[in-house]
Design a binder for this molecule. Structure first.
Ligand code: FAD
Length: 306
C-alpha cells in the first residue's frame, strides 16, 4: 500500500507531524524504533503541561491520542533504507517488508557520543547536557563542565545560575583571554588537568578523578557531546546537510522541506538547537508542509488534466 506520508521517528517531532496529518485525514505510517534521545532521563522538563513527567509517559499519551485517528498505522521497528521512485518513496523495514509513500517526514533524532566511558551509565541522571532541562534539579550542588566542544565555554558561563561551577578544559578547549575574564566575572573556576573518570555509586556522581590522581568534588557534570543523525536515510536520499553546533544536521527550509522535493525533516535531526518543545514545533510544521504539498500537487495535476 502507498501511504500519503511515512514518518520515520515517533517521538516529539514525529508524533507532532503525525498528529497534524492524522487530523487532515491523510493515510500515514509512523515507523519508530522506540529509542527517543531522552530515554535515559527519569523526567522531562520544560515541555509545557508535561514538566517533570517521565519521557515514556509523554510518548505513551501521544501515541494513545494518535491511535484514535483511523488513517494512522504503525510499524514498531526500523526503517533500514529509503529510495525515491517515480515521484514517490520506498522504505525497507526491519522485518523485511517494504512500505511506500508520496511524502516522507524524517524525524529520526540524533545520537550522542559521550567523551568519557564512565559518563554513559550516568547520562541523563548526573551527566547532563542542557541546563534548562535539568539544571534546576541539581541546583546549589558542585557543577563540573567537561569540555568536549568549543560550546562548552558557553555552558560554563550559564551554569553559575544553578550552582558553583568548574570548567575542565580537558587540555583541548582553552578559553580565550576574553572568555576567561567572563568566566572569572561569573565565578567559574578553570581546571586544566584532564578528568579521566567519574566517581560515585550507580548513576550518581560524587567526584571526578583527574589525570594527576586528584579527586575533585562534583555532583552534576555537564558536557556537550558530539551528535550524529541517528539514521542514514537522509544521506541515502541525497538530502543536503548543514554544520550544527555539535554535529551535522539535515538542511531544511523554514517549512522543514529538505533539499530533496517531497522529503521533510524535523526535530533534533534537522536543527542546530535541540529541545523537546522545538522538536515538537518543527514536527507540526513538517506535518502541515507535507499536507500542503500533497494538496498543491493534486491541484497541479487537475490543472494539467483540464
Ligand atoms: C539525557 C537527555 C535528557 C533530555 N531532557 C530534556 C528535557 O528535559 N527537556 C527537553 O526539552 N529536552 C530534553 N532533551 C532533548 C530531547 O530529548 C530532544 O530534543 C528530543 O527528544 C528530540 O526529539 P526528536 O523527535 O527530534 O528525536 P528523538 O526523541 O531522539 O526520537 C527519534 C526517534 O526516531 C527513532 N528512529 C531513529 N532512526 C530510526 C529509523 N531508521 N527507523 C525508525 N525509527 C527510527 C528513534 O528510535 C526515536 O524513537 C534531553 C536529551 C537528552 C540526551
Amino acid at each position: 500500500m502507498t501511504h500519503d506520508v511515512i514518518i520515520v521517528g515517533g517521538s516529539f517531532a514525529g508524533l507532532s507531524a503525525a498528529m497534524q496529518l492524522a487530523r487532515a485525514r491523510r493515510s500515514i505510517l509512523l515507523v519508530d524504533a522506540g529509542k527517543p534521545r531522552n530515554r535515559f532521563a527519569e523526567a522531562s522538563h520544560g515541555f509545557l503541561g508535561q514538566d517533570g513527567v517521565a519521557p515514556a509517559d509523554i510518548m505513551r499519551l501521544g501515541l494513545r491520542q494518535l491511535s484514535a485517528y483511523p488513517t494512522v498505522s504503525f510499524f514498531h521497528g526500523e526503517a533500514t533504507s529509503a529510495a525515491a521512485e517515480d515521484g514517490a518513496f520506498r522504505l525497507a523495514l526491519s522485518d523485511g517488508s517494504e512500505a511506500g509513500a508520496r511524502r516522507l517526514v524524517l524525524a529520526n533524532g540524533v545520537t550522542d557520543a559521550l567523551p568519557l566511558p564512565s559518563m554513559q551509565p550516568r547520562w541523563g541522571v548526573s551527566v547532563l547536557h542542557c541546563p534548562y532541562c535539568h539544571g534546576y534539579e541539581v541546583r546549589d550542588r558542585p557543577i563540573a563542565v567537561i569540555a568536549a566542544h568549543p560550546m562548552a565555554v558557553h555552558q560554563a558561563l550559564l551554569l553559575p545560575d544553578w550552582g558553583p561551577t568548574t570548567y575542565f578544559t580537558q587540555g583541548q578547549f582553552e578559553p580565550s583571554a576574553e572568555e576567561a575574564a567572563q568566566m572569572g566575572a561569573r565565578g567559574v573556576s578553570i581546571e586544566r588537568t584532564p578528568v579521566v573518570e567519574l566517581l560515585g555509586e550507580g548513576a550518581t556522581t560524587r567526584a571526578l578523578r583527574l589525570a594527576d590522581g586528584r579527586e575533585v568534588p562534583a555532583e552534576a557534570v555537564f558536557t556537550a557531546p558530539a551528535t550524529r543523525v541517528s539514521s542514514p536515510l537522509a544521506a541515502e536520499l541525497g538530502c543536503a546537510f548543514d554544520d550544527g553546533m555539535t554535529g551535522r544536521h539535515i538542511q531544511v527550509d523554514p517549512m522543514q522541506q529538505t533539499s530533496v522535493p517531497g522529503v521533510f525533516a524535523a526535530g533534533d535531526a534537522a536543527a542546530a538547537v535541540h529541545n523537546a518543545t522545538l522538536a515538537s514545533a518543527a514536527g507540526v510544521l513538517a506535518g502541515v508542509a507535507a499536507h500542503r504539498s500533497l494538496v498543491a500537487e493534486a491541484a497541479a495535476q487537475r490543472g494539467a488534466a483540464a
